[in-house]
Design a protein around this ligand. Structure first.
Ligand code: ADP
Length: 451
């Protein structure tokens, strides 16, 4: 059942139940008013017998025929104090009055009774000589007819109202949900080709407009993501094509003519270097793509930051013997627990490796100082070099994939490392900041929350 039908049916059910209840109350009140009225009229008639002087049947007959008011199917009985019937207005009567009625009248003085459709009222009287009972029975044909009519009218009104409410309910449900249907059809028309389109939800400031706004924010994020993906594919194919072209060129030149063993060796050596770089780049691209798409904190385990740092340092030095990496541990680190964080060891190693490698790569003395300290409930790591620095207007761009500042063109690189570092740091709920002065040096700060 869709939401339109749900709202409409709930509305219809609530209104129908309320209507039904109020009609039942009206019917009940009318019915009890009829009953009270009829018994009052019966009782008024019985009261006439109060002042009767004689209980002689002929006197009683005379008396009864003089009473002007009479009810449909009316029967009047008069009993003496021994409960013997002394007079009845009809010869044959199909109503059987039980003796208990007279007992009740004797104790209570008067009472209402009902036998089938007949409504009965009786009262006990006392004239100067003896006690007697007068009982009257009649059918309230007109009252019941009115009641029946009322029932039909109420039922008719109920069904007509029900139909009206049904259509009104549907109309308002459709009307109030129209903006949502509108949004659904707009969203259905959005795909990768027109991901830059946005949902229009009028000028209102209601929940629907908020929903459209939320959708638009989501679309914006998806659009950014799609753009990054597109750029990523373009840039990475570009970065892969360059070394492949270089390798092809070198091999073609080598094969142009017969070469000496030394020349072949030289060509192979150069090709091997290119393939190694290619391989390294492919690995980084893989990690970057994983870090962008499917890395979760599920793989996290307790990790000792200083151990990871030493491992990253060893790896950097293995590749570049001339690099110098000094680790400094501040006194603020008072216990081993300060080094412990929840994280992914391999990813953290990649991040620290890149920060150390960059620091060494972009400084003439190929030296990086790494300072560790505890500050404001956070483990602070500072990777500091005295290198070429980063131009001020490019500092914010260096974390974008494939971005390389204009002052590093002579150095080899692909612009992947820092975007990877940024992703890894964020995944670990840490923070990264950069301070850099051109030709003076650069400082990367990574701040991990203490666990
Ligand atoms: P790559 O080093 O391969 O170019 P990265 O993503 O590691 O790529 O770095 C992106 C850019 O940030 C670098 O090209 C460089 O311009 C700048 N950068 C990073 N680290 C430093 C540093 N320590 N000193 C100066 N520039 C740096």
């Amino acid at each position: 059942m869709n939401i339109k039908k749900k709202i409409a049916s709930q509305f219809i059910i609530i209104v129908a139940v309320l209507m039904l209840l109020s009609f039942i109350v009206v019917y009940y009140l009318f019915s009890s008013a009829r009953k009270d009225g009829f018994y009052t009229r019966l009782s008024d008639k019985v009261q006439v017998f109060q002042d009767i002087d004689s209980l002689e049947p002929t006197v009683l007959k005379n008396f009864c025929s003089n009473i002007s008011v009479s009810f449909p199917h009316e029967v009047i009985w008069v009993y003496n104090s021994q409960n013997e019937l002394i007079y009845c207005t009809k010869k044959t009567v199909d109503i059987q009055l039980s003796p208990s009625i007279l007992d009740i009248l004797n104790t209570k003085g008067k009472g209402n009774f009902r036998i089938n459709d007949n409504e009965i009222f009786g009262a006990k009287f006392n004239n100067n000589t003896e006690k007697y009972y007068v009982v009257i029975a009649a059918k309230d044909i007109y009252g019941f007819r009115k009641l029946q009519k009322l029932k039909i009218i109420l039922l008719l009104v109920f069904f007509i109202n029900f139909l009206v409410i049904y259509f009104i309910g549907r109309f308002f449900a459709v009307k109030s949900l129209k903006p949502i249907s509108n949004i659904i059809s707009q969203v259905n028309n959005i795909n990768v080709e027109n991901i830059n389109s946005r949902i229009q939800a009028g000028n209102a400031n209601d929940e629907i407009a908020q929903l459209a706004e939320t959708f638009n924010k989501l679309l914006e994020r998806i659009e950014n993501f799609v753009t990054i993906q597109k750029d990523f594919i373009t840039n990475s194919s570009h970065e892969l094509r360059n070394p492949l072209t270089a390798i092809t060129g070198q091999l073609e030149v080598a094969l142009l003519q017969e070469r000496t063993n030394e020349e072949y060796k030289g060509a192979l050596q150069s090709v091997l270097e290119d393939i190694k770089r290619l391989n390294q780049m492919a690995n980084r691209l893989l990690v970057l793509s994983r870090a962008t798409n499917d890395l979760t904190t599920e793989s996290f385990t307790p990790v000792r930051i200083d151990d990871v740092l030493w491992e990253a340092r060893t790896e950097v030095l293995k590749n570049h013997k001339s690099y110098e990496v000094l680790l400094h541990f501040d006194e603020s680190i008072k216990e081993e627990g300060h080094f412990m964080i929840n994280g992914n060891l391999q990813l953290l190693k990649v991040a620290f490796f890149n920060l150390i490698d960059n620091g060494c790569k972009y400084s003439d003395n190929h030296k990086v100082d790494v300072n560790l300290s505890v500050q404001e409930e956070r483990l602070k790591m500072v990777f500091q070099d005295n290198g070429i620095g980063i131009p001020e207007d490019e500092i914010t761009s260096i974390f974008e994939p494939f971005y390389r500042a204009k002052n590093v063109r002579k150095n080899k690189g692909h612009g992947i490392g820092l975007s990877l570092v940024d992703k890894i740091v964020k995944l670990h709920k840490a923070e990264i900041n950069v301070n850099s002065t051109l030709k003076r040096g650069t400082e990367f700060q990574v701040l991990f929350p203490l666990s």
